[in-house]
Design a protein around this ligand. Structure first.
Ligand code: ZN
Length: 494
């Protein structure tokens, strides 16, 4: 008799679950239907047994009076799972007090992320990917969502998670993500934000922007006060704001009206104005928030671009005092208009997390992505030095090409030569900013590198290794992302 049949026979007593290759926390029931997940060789499968098991697509096994369906982890079975067990389906989480985005570009990080969020009341966005990340990882939004659903099912995470269509720029992208059940859209307005205005002379500004009477009345006749802080506009500044953000505001209104207004969807709406050439001043933030509100837009979160530099995968660079002063006002404006601040490029910003927790009074959305990939590569450095060295050298060779897509100040000469490092010193590279950024920005190149026979040069080996070392990766994420949360929480009283 097969192991699974043994397990099914013992189901009523629920003893010795893990002895049969069953993930112990995956056992769930829907009426007389029992569903759980097993690992077999290097693959996971769903097993469904009892009344309704035919809802899953897969191979039917029968022994005597017992039968079960062994179902592969595909989109169809993910949909069935989400229908039967609502905890595997994403929910809108931005409206909760605290939320935290953890990009899982590789589709393997959720196991580690879940460990973190078992300990914190912040809601995780487990599925979160931009269109660019999809292209570089050859994944679809279906893959991203399914990977999250299967992971929460396997690991018994039932507290709820979100799914973020991150940095979407086109109506069709928004529509696709919402149709697939994503519960949050991050609308990237950067195509409509003018970056040339800060360099324009007063004359040019006057020539390009003629203010209508109502907007003059709205902003120039009085000052504004937010939590005791004064915000005021002069005519030139107002014109500059109109020029920089006018089209972006129209775009946001359009998307909101088409996809969100009047309960069209049960998803959260975030506006990102962070991918711009200059930081968002508090006055600009106020202007955008006020205009959107007047036009009936209900934001859940907004991501301004803060002063200083939020480079990928390294700590905050800049004047922390100034950051804190501006953060106070940004947070107050967000509270005033009833949404949360969203902090993008939040990976590894350890020196400011406590301030973010403090000045948002614990109401924040923080987004990370690249750091989860870096931890995956750190796991490679820790467990397969030979493969890591090869990838590291390849990354060095692709760095100039990769740099075109990112703003980083990486100095390759500061990175130790991997051939002179002992095996057990390789992980220390991930403590060094230049090495972090090298591996961070070359992820697309690393994953897509091909051999002459068109097979993947690293990708297959990497996934095999991550599968083998899943416990190592999960624990690395648990402690690394956990450190983010710990510092954020240190800033406020629960
Ligand atoms: Zn962003």
């Amino acid at each position: 008799m097969s192991n699974i049949i043994h397990f099914i026979k013992e189901l009523p007593s629920l003893n010795n679950v893990d002895q049969y290759g069953v993930y112990p926390l995956s056992l769930n029931h829907f009426g007389h239907l029992h569903v759980f997940m097993i690992h077999e060789g290097d693959q996971d499968f769903l097993i469904a047994t009892g009344i309704g098991s035919n809802q899953f697509q897969g191979e039917l096994f029968q022994e005597g009076e017992y039968s079960y369906v062994k179902a592969p982890l595909n989109n169809n079975n993910a949909n069935t799972l989400r229908d039967l067990f609502p905890f595997t389906k994403p929910i809108p989480v931005l409206s909760k007090l605290r939320s935290f985005g953890v990009g899982d570009r590789l589709g393997i990080a959720t196991e580690g992320h879940i460990r973190v969020f078992k300990d914190y009341d912040a809601y995780p966005i487990l599925a979160q990917q931009s269109i660019r990340e999809l292209a570089l990882t050859n994944r679809t939004y279906k893959d991203v969502l399914d990977a999250a659903s299967f992971s929460v099912f396997r690991d018994g995470y039932k507290k709820g998670f979100g799914a973020d269509g991150d940095h979407l720029k086109k109506p069709a992208e928004v529509e696709m993500a919402l149709n697939l059940g994503f519960t949050m859209i991050t609308l990237d307005c950067s195509d409509f934000i003018r970056n040339d205005v800060s360099n324009m002379s007063k004359d040019q500004v006057n020539k390009e922007c003629i203010l209508e009477e109502d907007i003059k009345n709205r902003y120039l006749t009085h000052d504004f006060e937010v939590e005791g802080m004064k915000i005021s506009f002069d005519e030139e500044e107002l014109k500059r704001n109109v020029l920089v953000y006018g089209k972006a505001i129209d775009f946001a209104v359009q998307i909101y009206t088409d996809y969100f207004a009047d309960g069209k969807t049960d998803a959260n709406f975030e506006i990102s104005i962070d991918e711009t050439a200059t930081p968002t001043t508090p006055t600009q933030h106020y202007f955008v928030a006020n205009e959107l509100t007047l036009r009936g837009i209900k934001l859940d979160t907004m991501a301004p671009r803060f002063c200083g530099e939020f480079q990928k995968g390294v700590d905050y660079i800049g004047d922390i005092k100034q950051f804190e002063e501006e953060l106070k006002i940004h947070a107050a404006i967000a509270r005033h208009y009833g949404y949360k601040l969203s902090i993008h490029s939040g990976s590894d910003k350890f020196s400011i997390f406590s301030l973010i927790g403090k000045h948002t009074r614990g109401h924040f959305h923080v987004k990370t992505a690249g750091t989860n990939w870096l931890e995956a590569m750190r796991a490679v450095a820790a467990t397969n030095p030979k493969l890591y060295r090869e990838i590291h050298k390849y990354a060095l060779s692709m760095f100039e090409e990769a740099k075109k897509f990112y703003h980083v100040t990486t100095d390759l000469t500061k990175i130790a030569d991997v051939d002179t490092l002992k095996d057990n010193e390789l992980v220390d590279l991930f403590k060094q900013n230049d090495a972090r950024q090298l591996i961070h920005i070359t992820y697309g190149f690393i994953l897509n590198a091909k051999n002459t026979d068109d097979s993947f040069r690293f990708k297959t080996k990497l996934y095999d290794l991550w599968r083998e070392q899943r416990e190592v990766y999960a624990e690395m994420l648990n402690s690394h992302i956990g450190k983010h949360l710990e510092l954020l929480y240190s800033g406020f009283e629960k």
